[in-house]
Design a protein around this ligand. Sequence first.
Ligand SMILES: NC(=O)c1ccc[n+]([C@@H]2O[C@H](COP(=O)([O-])OP(=O)(O)OC[C@H]3O[C@@H](n4cnc5c(N)ncnc54)[C@H](OP(=O)(O)O)[C@@H]3O)[C@@H](O)[C@H]2O)c1
Length: 339
Amino acid sequence: MSQSDSVRIVLASRPEGRPSPQNFRLEHAAIPTVGEGQVLLKILYLSLDPYMRGRMSAAKSYAAATEIGQPMEGGTVGEVIESRDPAFKPGDIVLSHSGWQSHAVANAAQLRKLDPKAAPLTTALGVLGMPGFTAYAGLLTIGQPKPGETVVVAAASGPVGSAVGQIARIKGARAVGIAGGPEKCAFVRDTFGFDAVIDHRDPDMAAKLAAACPNGIDVYFENVGGHVWDAVFPLLNSFARIPVCGLVAQYNASGQFPGPDRLPGMMRDVLSKSLTIRGFIQREFAAAQAPTFREEMARWIAEGAVKYKEDIVTGLENAPEAFIGLLEGRNFGKLVVKL
Ligand SMILES: NC(=O)c1ccc[n+]([C@@H]2O[C@H](COP(=O)([O-])OP(=O)(O)OC[C@H]3O[C@@H](n4cnc5c(N)ncnc54)[C@H](OP(=O)(O)O)[C@@H]3O)[C@@H](O)[C@H]2O)c1
């Protein structure tokens, strides 16, 4: 790579089912030129998140698909190396949405300056960034946990799930986590401080979840769907709240979902138990809640009430494999690529 080169990973083809490395292509490109009101960024960290699987697909969704041949989308932390906007100077560190590339031009109005002394830069992509905010807004606005209630969340070692359980405990609720494998389960219990944790790969998962929730479930923060939802659903109490945040177990599915059709039984319980099931995309809450979130979450981290774990992979060329692994639970903590 020469001084004038930037490197990027583009969507080469749309996956059918599980993505493969062939769906991505690494390309070299000229460093883009900077216009008025813009800055040139050298990307330092790229966030890898489950929603990117949706952008690889042309299926109808809440956001437009990435076009074939275009860089993969993604949240980034970068350093300003050239600025044509008075608000930024070279050396400033900013949060941007620059995608899977080493350099990017960004509109200054869309950037947020980060203070490297206030928190490790990677946290702007995790616990203090979009995933942490997703947990905070979804749990507190839709889940509304009360002292003594039971809150259940899966993908509990990841950035969203770990924050959900810890915030639930701050609000006086019992947190029950679900995670894949003994190492993740131990971390969720011992470091994140959940009251109980269940391994979703355990064949007795449903019975163990029932035993861990003797008073039923008041809030189920839905991150995964699939067999975890099947185990949770019969345990929901009357007036339970279910923020539907993600369904990672089915992101690689294609075609019709397998039967049998359980919708009529589910709707019967939605009615008879007065359940609240509400999907959300975090950005709908951002304007109203993001500043309070950043303040509260920074305080909780400083007080030791919220802990976080990051999984940092080095090299943009390793992003496709790391991303494929994220959808299968091979990450352990917030997945970030260091460029
Ligand atoms: N609605 C929104 O605005 C919004 C915003 C951000 C994230 N999300 C969603 O929040 C969820 C968590 O995101 P994250 O960034 O915190 O991801 P993450 O936990 O770092 O990674 C996803 C995890 O899902 C678990 N998983 C994968 N397949 C599974 C299966 N079949 N059954 C059970 N668990 C499975 C794996 O953990 P285990 O090894 O523990 O199984 C994997 O590590 C995702 O569904 C994501 O799409 C939604």
